[in-house]
Write a protein that binds this ligand. Structure first.
Ligand code: LER
Ligand code: MN
Length: 268
């Protein structure tokens, strides 16, 4: 099992991130704690100093398994299902540029909050059609790059809350390079059985987020991670398990406690 942790490349209002900015300092710390990779949360790849980022990643010899894209929604209101066609277009173009950015790392591109939510009188069917249309265009822009839709709990969106609804969407979309990202924090709220849901996702599981029930580091809440990590082994999950956690009591303690907790599972 390989472990990563999320680092936001710039300041953001999204709270469940151990590390934000200070790339050189934070990437070295992540390496020092013993992580195998770094998931990057990026608002807009065009705002990045790629030379600087890639030289720090290279110096620390850390791969990038996944790119988070939710800040385009959180900070700019872009959504793949927005009723305004121009905003939807901007969101699609942003995801396509994230896909281009992801090529150099062969990273999974995450579709979390950027899918948007049903907020107007558009029917759920229409919103779902818009999502399928947008995802289809993004996924077709490079079929070698994996895209992972993340079921997110009901308090953050009303569109794809469960693994089942994610799998149904994948059936309708029918693109081999689109799968799911499962996050233990959301699953703890929405899934009748976390284990059964992981088993149902099987080979459609492209990426995995880990946080405890309170979104603190694993071990700080009441989720049973032993059985979850064993189940990932059972379905032959070969991707990264990535910590998307609150920086509490402080970023370094959160990062260190997470990897200490996960280390015994490294060989599985
Ligand atoms: C993003 O990966 C996530 O889990 C969401 O909670 C974003 O709000
Ligand atoms: Mn997540």
């Amino acid at each position: 099992m390989k472990f990563s942790i999320v680092l936001s490349t710039q300041p953001t209002s999204f709270s469940a991130l151990a590390y934000k900015g200070k790339l050189s300092e934070n990437i070295s710390k992540i390496k020092m704690y013993g992580y195998d990779g770094i998931e990057l949360a990026v608002r807009d790849p065009n705002l990045l100093d790629l030379n600087q980022l890639n030289s720090v990643l290279k110096k620390n010899n850390l791969p990038v398994p996944a790119i988070g894209t939710g800040q385009a929604y959180g900070e700019e209101g872009l959504s793949l299902t927005h009723p305004d066609e121009q905003i939807r277009r901007k969101a699609i173009e942003r995801i396509k540029s994230q896909i281009k950015f992801a090529e150099q790392y062969n990273a999974v591109v995450i579709i979390g909050l950027v899918r948007g939510k049903k907020e107007t009188d558009l029917s759920f069917e229409r919103v779902e059609d818009l999502l399928i249309e947008s995802l289809n265009e993004c996924a077709s822009s490079n079929e070698n790059i994996k895209i992972a839709i993340e079921p997110i709990n009901r308090y953050e969106t009303n569109l794809i809350n469960t693994v089942n609804s994610g799998l149904l969407l994948l059936e309708k979309l029918h693109k081999d390079n689109v799968g799911l990202l499962l996050d233990t924090f959301h699953m703890n709220i929405e899934e009748p059985s976390i284990i059964e849901s992981i088993r149902n996702a099987k080979e459609k599981l492209f990426h995995f987020h880990i946080a405890d029930s309170n979104r603190w580091y694993p071990g700080a809440g009441h989720i049973d991670f032993k059985i979850i990590l064993e189940t990932l082994g059972e379905i032959n999950y070969s991707g990264f398990v990535s910590a998307e956690i609150l920086p509490v009591p402080d970023p370094d303690t959160a990062a260190e406690k997470t990897i200490e907790y996960l280390r015994p599972y490294k060989k599985t």
